[in-house]
Each structure stands twice: as structure tokens, then as C-alpha cells.
Design a binder for this molecule. Structure first.
Ligand SMILES: [Zn+2]
Length: 261
């Protein structure tokens, strides 16, 4: 297997993997989609809410705010030594108290752990008019996207690396594919200039039918794209997914060894 990072920034990464299989990359994709532990608000206690929004709407909005947090510092309530009662290893509490007229933003929430803060501080929660106020306490906990989409770590997908084939004996008929590519990826000398941007739409082969131009995806050569929608970096998400896959395999191995001597 060969791996190359094509593009990365603080929230996304694009990786080219060759000599692999769709089964392997899909196992990675499904683990990243469903099993990465993420922190999100689960319960909200309202002390006062005289804003125009119902408690339920504000609680729902709070639940969808992604937070920056350190994966090493938190575990899910089921795995915690407190046995689900709630402690500093499995919960983070927030206080939000504002009086109108003002806008209430995610950054106005005060947390019990200064390292836990909203990814985007300017997410608007509610607008307060004169005489309106909000006073609440919220508790965040670790969960996974299997339980609810608010705990989803990232958007992740992959596509096969495109291979453009042109019948060299019929080059005149093949020229139409240059204009047919909606992304303008085919050069005048009939080469694919940016294969990473090709989404295999097939417009080139439709414009030049009968095998003059064909475009196919190579299933052993895959481009994986991960965009974090949580406070975790794409690198942390990949590391955690590998740990989870490793643990699952270890668990299977143990169970198998017990049955088959
Ligand atoms: Zn705990």
C-alpha cells in the first residue's frame, strides 16, 4: 500500500491510497463516520428563558454546536470510572447567562474546562430584545454518530482514481471531449490535467462514444476525503479510527482463540 497526502488544512484532508481495496477504505470510512467519540451537549437545564424561542429549540441548537476538546481527556459515560453518574472525565458543564438587548453567541457559554470551547464562537444561538433574558446550564458528554448525528466527527467519502483512455487512431473524433468535460480537466492534447478533481461523471465518454474516449475508475487506487465537522482535527480522527479498528480486530481475535484451540 502506498499513501500520499494530496491536500490538508486544519479541518480537512485528501489522501491518495494506491495498491489498496475498496473494502479496506470503506472499513476506514464507516469507522470514521460512526464510531469516533465526539463531545456535544446532551442535557440543558433552563433557569430562565424569556426569549422568543422555546426551550426545546434553544436546547436543539446547543446540541448541534461542535466543540474543540482533547480526546485523551474524556471518555463516554458508560466507560467512565464514575459508572455513568457524571464526573470531570465524562462531562463538561456550561453556563449561559445573558440579558437583552443583545445577540447570544456560542462564545458566550462559560465552560468548566477552559480547553473546551466552540469551534466557531460566532454561532448565533438567540437574539434577545429589551427585557428578555436567558439563563441556563448545559452538560456535554461523549457520544458517537451511531447514537445521534450531533456526535458525527466528519464527512468522509472516497472515489476511484480516474484513468482516461483515448483511441489514438481516432484522435479527430476524440477532440469533442475537451469541451464536454464540465470541469475543464481535459487538455487539448487529450490528457487529464487534474485527476484529483475528476468525479468520473463520464461526460467525456458520452461526447465521444463507441470507445473513442473512455474514463474508468481504478478500484485499487483510491482518493479518500475527510472533512471534520467536529472539534477534532482530521489527523486525530484517522488515528482514533485506526485504534478502534485495531481494538475490534483484537476483540475478535480473543473471542476466536477461545473457541478454536
Ligand atoms: Zn464519569
Amino acid at each position: 500500500m502506498k499513501l500520499k497526502i494530496i491536500d490538508k488544512d486544519s479541518s480537512s484532508i485528501k489522501i491518495e491510497i494506491s495498491e489498496t481495496t475498496p473494502a479496506f477504505v470503506n472499513a476506514l470510512r464507516r469507522t470514521i463516520m460512526q464510531k469516533i467519540p465526539v463531545l456535544a451537549i446532551e442535557t440543558v437545564d433552563f433557569i430562565d428563558n424569556t426569549s422568543a424561542l422555546y426551550d426545546e429549540i434553544i436546547a436543539h441548537r446547543l446540541g448541534l454546536i461542535p466543540f474543540v476538546f482533547d480526546l485523551k481527556n474524556y471518555v463516554s459515560k458508560d466507560e467512565c470510572k464514575c459508572k455513568g453518574k457524571g464526573c470531570s472525565s465524562c462531562e463538561v458543564r456550561f453556563v449561559l447567562k445573558k440579558k437583552g438587548p443583545c445577540n447570544v453567541y456560542a462564545k458566550d457559554m462559560k465552560s468548566t474546562d477552559p480547553d473546551v470551547k466552540p469551534v466557531e464562537g460566532d454561532v448565533l444561538i438567540v437574539k434577545l430584545l429589551k427585557e428578555q433574558a436567558i439563563d441556563l446550564e448545559a452538560t456535554a458528554q461523549i457520544g458517537t454518530a451511531k447514537q445521534h448525528a450531533k456526535w458525527q466527527s466528519s464527512i468522509v467519502g472516497f472515489n476511484y482514481f480516474p484513468t482516461l483512455k483515448v483511441d489514438k487512431k481516432r484522435l479527430n473524433e476524440a477532440k469533442a471531449c475537451v469541451d464536454a468535460c464540465p470541469l475543464g480537466l481535459i487538455t487539448k492534447d487529450l490528457k487529464l490535467k487534474d485527476p484529483y478533481s475528476c468525479n468520473l461523471c463520464g461526460a467525456c465518454s458520452v461526447a465521444c462514444p463507441d470507445g473513442v474516449v473512455t474514463i474508468e475508475g481504478d478500484s485499487s487506487h483510491i482518493i479518500l476525503y475527510i472533512e471534520s465537522v467536529s472539534g477534532l482535527s482530521p489527523q486525530d480522527i484517522i488515528r482514533k479510527s485506526l485504534e478502534i479498528i485495531g481494538n475490534d480486530i483484537g476483540e475478535f481475535e480473543e473471542a476466536f482463540k477461545k473457541q478454536v484451540k
